[in-house]
Design a binder for this molecule. Sequence first.
Ligand code: I3P
Length: 109
Amino acid sequence: KKGYVMRKCCHDVNGKKTPFGRRGWKMFYCTLRDLVLYLHKDEHGFRRSQMSDNLHNAIRIHHALATKATDYTKKQHVFRLQTSDQAEYLFQTSDSKELCSWVETINFV
Ligand code: I3P
């Protein structure tokens, strides 16, 4: 699965609150492959990364949990991703169908 999403960092690895200044929403071209969610700057970055592997952020989703962020009311179509190393992110998708699709894909890979 791939597509554009907005991401907000809430907690870093080990559950530490992400510091102010790094808590903003940022757009990424997101791809899911082999239990890793790769966050590229854009589709061009995705194509480049297939040659060179260090041009993206990566989130390991083994034992991670994605849930609709019903408590987050500032934006629509947002899901929360909690990783096995206690990091936590919010992801905004384009519509409710995309939201379900990302949540199911992450939870059932
Ligand atoms: C954050 C940015 C986020 C905001 C967050 C701010 O500032 O304004 O949009 O989250 O609030 O800390 P910065 O870019 O300097 O990190 P919301 O959009 O959810 O309000 P928060 O600290 O309450 O999460």
